[in-house]
Design a protein around this ligand. Structure first.
Ligand SMILES: Nc1ncnc2c1ncn2[C@@H]1O[C@H](COP(=O)(O)OP(=O)(O)OP(=O)(O)O)[C@@H](O)[C@H]1O
Ligand SMILES: [Mg+2]
Length: 887
């Protein structure tokens, strides 16, 4: 046995082999130590003629949670099952790896969340590296995707969007975990599966003509590889029948949301410590797991095709108008099981009788759903209604064949209904009659022998017996044969009882195996309808999402957006998530018909970030095909949404906060187009004020001149608001707060113009910063702010110097003002003569000559053609010049 184990561990050397031995999956030696440590199991020992081995086992019946623990710890798990009946086997029971469980290829419901997707992906590139294929499969449902892009960067970005939990890295497309924004398992599988010819063969087993589905060699190789790997993990020699559709998509068919945008808009999860909810939780009230999965897909890939968006909106609108039908459909859909996964199991031959019943119960709702849809008028819904095949044949088959509440085990009978198969019925009749005969035996024998205490019983070892207590032994008839002696009684059988017993057992045994056979036939018949079942699953899923979007629209007062406008124009827009968490939410307009760039200022906590995100979320929701939280919304079709939000460190990835910020900015300035929406929530905060403001200023100019994207730029650099005076397409928006008796009230209302104060100290007080610090800050503000000296240090002397100088308050600088730190020239002077500095601040002077030069130079930069190193050098140069100017 150990030889068999070692052979398997060698064969599956990149996996942890779980070796079935009866009721346990065992691991031995080093693996046992690992497993015992990871799963907190007791380490035991096995001794046989070949030696002593450390051993740790997992109960077969309850393996899922342990396997999950192993996956979490980064293992692939190879399940080696006994493939021979232990009793039937002569000598050693044969074992084989029946499947390999890896993060990307898990199929067990226990290990996958309900209604989630779980992809394994593969990446391949052609020789020049200018054509890349990315393919992904959800092995639990059979969903299969492929796309092609033209650079490694785009391939990574596509991967990021698919967010597979495992990636096969091809021989020509090794990935570095550091360049990825999430943490998939990187699997180095047999490179042969990536070879063109092999890949073509693999794919051809799924679609008749691979070239009609995938474009080009890189896509073919990625697709072939990922499918071959999926087959390998499922222990199949052939294709996975339920992977019946390979969907090729072009990333340009969707609104591009890269991982940064998905994260900062909090579509699927909130960032870091944020206590709120992601967008999806507001929408996620889908009736079924199918709907939930599709909703996530739609949200990850909003549309850009106007007609397709309108078609969804039409359908959603139709449902908003018919509340009763909508709720009827949603009620019915809540009875629906996860057909996608069920079909996967049926097709893999792993479905049990309950799964088949679940499938039937799902199909049972279809006629009702179609009826409820009858009056709801939208083209998309008519199409869906037509696509809803009632699959009466399958329903009928399962209904006739499978018991309503069958056991989980399919080999032990109780699965197939009476009346389905004559032979089975005969066997059952024989069995039943035999049992009835036995049941009556007690009464008959009591009468025949006159022994009132005589009883008939059954046990596992001896089978049926007639029990007579010791005092009555003299009355035992001649045809009784002794079977077993107890303390107070003897047990007997008669030739007839023995014959009947054999008959019952024989019939039961044959019935069980016949049932299993029949069950498998039914399962195979159902599996043959995979395509039709998947179409029904798709239609139900879409119906679920459309009715859910309608229900959300009605519940939360959303409106239908107009898509295809030239510019964003939102009246009374709300943040879909924040409005759910606040007692009252202040709606705000966003109108970009006259200006492309809005510089948003306002105190801390006043609502800038919320406002910017709500604009983006409204656009995203509209392109998903949903109604939006606003009074009215005219929206363009965006090609991409970019975000640069807050400071996120990536020290592990080798980037400082500021470097990271600049890398994000680079990406935006390179890739945004006229049709993009850009949210810049603070830029340049991670460096000195001077550099930061210069970059912010130059960025705004660049966006206006070169990019033309709709841009919202939130900033605490009040100086930046001056740029609106210079430029037609830039306007200022601001939030206000009112201060009474030292308490700040935030109005959360956006208005034209620039804001004048930050209330940073008030917010600090609200947050619980120690009173002493708050008070000291207030004093400093009243008496003068710290000023950076030439050498870059700020000392207490400076404070005193400033404090001694003058009494003006700093935050209330008028729009367009520039303070001493940012543009006012000689800081040293400011330190020594605060009143000068404060006067200079009062002049509504735009940034000085040097700043202008710097800005002009920045504007000259061909960002698309600048390497990071050149950018750093330039930055350094600009910085030096600013420093020179200041000294
Ligand atoms: N329109 C609104 N109506 C009601 N409450 C709002 C509104 N906008 C924002 N808020 C509340 O105010 C809080 C702060 O908002 P937000 O984070 O947008 O402020 P901010 O101006 O970006 O602040 P900071 O400058 O510190 O980044 C939000 O968490 C939210 O609870
Ligand atoms: Mg903010």
């Amino acid at each position: 046995m150990m030889a068999q184990y070692f052979e398997l561990t060698e064969q599956y050397d990149d996996a942890l082999v779980l070796f079935q031995n009866g009721d346990f999956y065992q691991t031995y030696c080093e693996a046992a130590e690992e497993v015992a440590r990871r799963l907190e199991l007791t380490l035991t020992k096995r001794e046989d003629s070949t030696g002593t081995y450390r051993m740790a086992g997992i109960p077969v019946d309850n393996a899922a949670s342990y396997v999950e623990g192993l996956l979490d710890a980064g293992y692939r798990v190879a399940i080696a099952e006994q493939v021979e009946d232990a009793e039937a086997a002569s000598g050693l029971v044969d074992r084989a790896v029946t499947r390999i469980v890896t993060p990307g290829t898990v199929v067990d419901d226990e290990l996958l969340g309900a209604g989630t997707t779980n992809y394994v992906a593969a990446v391949a590139a052609d020789e020049d590296g200018d054509s890349w294929g990315v393919a992904a499969v959800d092995v639990s449902t059979g969903e299969s995707l492929v796309t092609g892009v033209d650079s490694r960067e785009r391939a990574v970005e596509e991967l990021e969007r698919v967010a597979p939990s495992e990636v096969l890295t091809g021989p020509d497309a090794a990935l570095d975990p550091d360049e990825l924004d999430w943490e998939p398992m990187l699997t180095d599988h047999d490179p042969a599966v990536f070879a063109s010819e092999r890949a073509r063969e693999t794919v051809a087993a799924y679609v008749p003509n691979p070239d009609a589905v995938v474009a080009g060699d890189a896509e073919l190789r990625a697709t072939g590889a990922v499918l071959a790997y999926a087959e390998y993990t499922q222990g199949d020699d052939g294709p996975l029948a339920y992977v019946s559709r390979i969907t090729r998509y072009d990333p340009r068919e969707y609104l591009r949301l890269d991982a940064t945008a998905v994260r900062s808009l909090e579509l699927f999860e909130t960032r870091g410590h944020s206590a709120g909810e992601p967008l999806v939780s507001v929408l996620e009230d889908t009736a079924s797991a199918l709907g939930r999965r599709l909703l996530h897909r739609w949200l990850r890939r909003p549309l850009v095709d106007e007609a397709a968006i309108e078609a969804r909106l039409d359908a959603v609108e139709a449902w908003t108008r018919r509340g009763v039908d909508r709720e009827a459909v949603r009620d019915l859909l809540s009875e629906v099981y996860d057909v996608e996964r069920l079909v996967g199991r049926v097709s893999r031959g792993r479905a049990n009788a309950r799964d088949l019943r679940s499938l039937k119960e799902t199909l049972d709702v279809v006629p009702g759903v179609k009826t409820a849809m009858g009056e709801v008028d939208a083209e998309r819904l008519r199409n869906l209604r037509d696509a809803l095949d009632e699959l009466e044949d399958v329903r009928d088959l399962i209904g006739r064949a499978i018991q309503p509440d069958p056991p989980v085990e399919v080999t032990e009978g109780g699965v197939v209904r009476a009346g389905f198969d004559d032979e089975l019925d005969d066997l059952r009749t024989t069995e039943r009659e035999g049992r009835e005969w036995v049941a009556d035996l007690e009464a008959r024998e009591r009468e025949r022998t006159g022994i009132d205490s005589l009883s008939v019983g059954h046990n596992q070892v001896h089978g049926y017996y007639i029990e007579v207590t010791k005092p009555n032994l003299d009355r035992v008839p001649d045809d009784y044969t002794r079977r077993q002696t107890l303390k107070n009684a003897e047990r007997y059988y008669t030739p007839e009882l023995k014959r009947r017993e054999d008959e019952i057992l024989g019939a039961a045994e044959r019935a069980d195996s016949l049932e299993y056979e029949l069950f498998r036939e039914v399962r195979d018949d159902v599996a043959a309808e995979t395509d039709r079942l998947q179409s029904v699953a798709d239609a139900l899923a879409e119906l679920d999402v459309l009715t859910t979007l309608a229900a959300v629209a009605v519940d939360h007062d959303y409106v239908r957006p107009t898509v295809g406008a030239a510019d964003i124009s939102i009246r009374g827009g709300r943040h879909p998530v924040v409005e759910q968490t606040r007692e009252s939410f202040v709606p705000n307009d966003a109108d970009f018909t006259d200006a492309d760039v809005a510089v948003v200022t306002g105190p801390n906590m006043s609502g800038k970030s919320t406002y910017m995100r709500q604009v983006a979320l409204i656009c995203v929701l509209a392109q998903v095909g949903g109604f939006v939280p606003a009074d009215a919304a005219d929206l363009p079709v965006l090609d991409r949404v970019f975000t640069r939000v807050g400071a996120s460190d990536d020290i592990a990835g080798g980037q400082s906060t500021f470097m990271r910020e600049m890398a994000e900015l680079t990406d935006i300035l390179h890739n945004a187009t006229e049709d993009s929406l850009i949210l810049l929530d603070e830029v340049g905060r991670g460096t000195s004020t001077t550099d930061g403001l210069a970059i912010a200023w130059a960025t705004t100019e660049f966006v206006d001149d070169e990019v033309g994207a709709t841009t919202l730029f939130a900033t605490h650099y009040h100086e930046l608001t001056a740029i609106a005076d210079e430029r037609e397409a830039v306007r200022n928006l601001h939030f206000t707060a009112s201060r009474e008796d030292g308490d700040v009230t935030f109005l959360h209302r956006v208005a034209e113009g620039a804001s004048s104060s930050s209330y940073g100290v008030e917010v600090a007080a609200l947050a619980g910063v120690p009173e002493a610090v708050v008070e000291r800050s207030r004093t400093l503000i009243e008496e003068g702010v710290p000023v950076q000296r030439e050498d870059g240090r700020t000392t207490l002397d400076d404070f005193r110097g400033v404090a001694g100088g003058g009494g003006a308050t700093v935050p209330d600088s008028p729009p367009g003002a520039t303070n001493g730190r940012a543009g006012g020239g000689d800081d040293e002077t400011a330190v020594n003569d605060a009143s000068d500095r404060l006067t200079a601040r009062g002049d509504a002077d735009p940034p000085d000559e040097t700043l202008r030069e710097v800005a002009a130079e920045l504007r000259e930069v061909d960002v698309a053609d600048t390497t990071p190193l050149e950018a750093l050098n330039l930055l350094n140069d600009l910085r030096t010049r600013l420093d020179d100017r200041d000294s």
